[in-house]
Design a binder for this molecule. Sequence first.
Ligand SMILES: [Zn+2]
Ligand SMILES: [Zn+2]
Length: 249
Amino acid sequence: MAPARAPRWIPLGWTAILLLALTVAAPPAHANHWHVPDANGYVSHLNKLHFSSPDTPSGPGGQDEQYCVESHDTSVVSHTRARDFVRQTLVQLDFDKIWDGTGDWKIDLWYTQYACSSYSSATRDTIEIEYHYGHNWNNIPNCSGTWGYYNCVEFRRPVWNSSYGHYDYAQGYVYLVFSSGGRLDNVGRAFINHETGHIWGLRDPNYAGHCPAPSIMHGTAVGYGCTNWTLWYPSQPDFSSVKTVMAGG
Ligand SMILES: [Zn+2]
Ligand SMILES: [Zn+2]
């Protein structure tokens, strides 16, 4: 019997962080690059990454992933410009550099036309990923801390996944700060891809300097001491890791 579903909109679960400051090495507490239940016993990835829908060129299928983008200061970047940049990064660049299509299209990303907050709460509940651009996220409990200006991920609405026998999450929120992850350049792309890697269940390195293979999860340059790999796009090992998550591994 499936355990009862947890209440909606209560922020639960593990939060991924990535340093802005290049001078401080964070001590990541995560066990490996994917798929470890958090303190609540939930697995920190998006439920729908396990599943695919028949191709539907006119719109998202039931197992596809929709994402909306919201700017919290449109004098810095408009909703549309932020959305177009996220879309370009995730969907429109060369196929070997984008998350879209991973795992024979189990990841199939569809943008929403309008900013996240423009939708009713009922409609918004059906959007799997939200990207938020802002100056800082100190108002998000899991996204603030000693070092201040984080880009981070927060999962919401755990769901029982009977196909794989674990709880995962219906929604993931990505919070980007204008000074790093919210930049409209390859630094911004690196953070979008890194935080989106967390949405698929990938983890930060075990410890500073843990950089066994090229990975977007190493952060931008020296955040985790991974100076040997400085990617702004997902690597082939990253795609392989996500496929492992998809398979329940
Ligand atoms: Zn991270
Ligand atoms: Zn799962």
